[in-house]
Design a protein around this ligand. Sequence first.
Ligand SMILES: C[S@@+](CC[C@H](N)C(=O)[O-])C[C@H]1O[C@@H](n2cnc3c(N)ncnc32)[C@H](O)[C@@H]1O
Ligand code: SF4
Ligand code: SF4
Ligand code: SF4
Length: 298
Amino acid sequence: MKGLIFDIKKYSIHDGEGIRTTVFFKGCPLNCLWCHNPESQSFKTQIIHYSDKCINCKTCEIVCKKHAIKVIDKKVYIDNFSCDLCIDCTKSCPTGALSSIGTLYSVDEILDEILKDKIFYTNGGVTISGGEPFLQINFLMALLKKLKENHIHIAIDTCGYTKFSNIKNAAVYADQFLYDLKIMDPVLHIKYTGVSNEIILENLEKLSNIARDKINIRLPIIPTINDNLDNLSQTANFLKKLKISKIDILAYHNFMVDKYKRLNMDFKLKHIKKPKDEEINSIVNFFRSQDFTVEVGG
Ligand SMILES: C[S@@+](CC[C@H](N)C(=O)[O-])C[C@H]1O[C@@H](n2cnc3c(N)ncnc32)[C@H](O)[C@@H]1O
Ligand code: SF4
Ligand code: SF4
Ligand code: SF4
């Protein structure tokens, strides 16, 4: 069994407690308009092009057996219908302007990578993120078991959109869930993420009944979309009802805009600016004043 992974990031300090290795699973059932990992959304290998590295040599065109790639003025056009993702073009590119995203790994291959850094895991561990880890449930479960056998602290970074039985099974091994709440209104949730939040909220309630202490809620703050008092109050009330107290506030950033261009994906939130520090502070105070334990980042 193999899993489709798009990155393994070492020495991360933003994906849970301590120093961590984060394994990014490819594929996601949501497509949040602000997603900073657009390369994670498709459950397929993808070709990315860095035009600043392209020398217009057209080697990629020559090696492509399917005649699926064209280069015009250092811009690459791929006919997705003809392309079979053989990645010959990326291997032949002399400058690294073309590269592929998404590699198949066995559990043992990932474990080997992770164990190289075990010495750093005294306060940290491994975070499984993505994309959505629960989309590759069999691979996820096999990896969790191996990590536990090796006494590694495990965090799962999830949007919660999966069958509850998957979350319940993972909770046997996971030490921490970094569980996102994006928007409380179901209609707006569909508008901005592509799916309803009904299952996400139901799953959080069920998880709180079996593993409340393992839950850290993550609230990405996206100006004009979910930073209004109505959404924040609904979030606070829901969490109080479930007796969940730990919240990480993630301020929206747009470092990923160029990635959308390179992947030929449309970025629809160009008009949105990152929130000011004062706004984030007032959101932190809003939750702290209601006895939540709040961190920024996390
Ligand atoms: C890329 S997601 C992967 C895990 C899972 N799919 C989820 O959404 O929780 C990891 C975290 O990044 C956050 N995130 C995504 N795009 C962001 C952005 N533009 N600015 C700040 N945080 C962002 C998400 O809210 C989530 O907490
Ligand atoms: S991945 Fe293969 S088929 Fe697709 S454009 Fe590159 S060489 Fe051609
Ligand atoms: S092989 Fe690489 S450098 Fe040459 S045209 Fe294709 S993308 Fe550009
Ligand atoms: S759920 Fe996570 S990975 Fe999926 S699109 Fe949203 S932010 Fe990106």
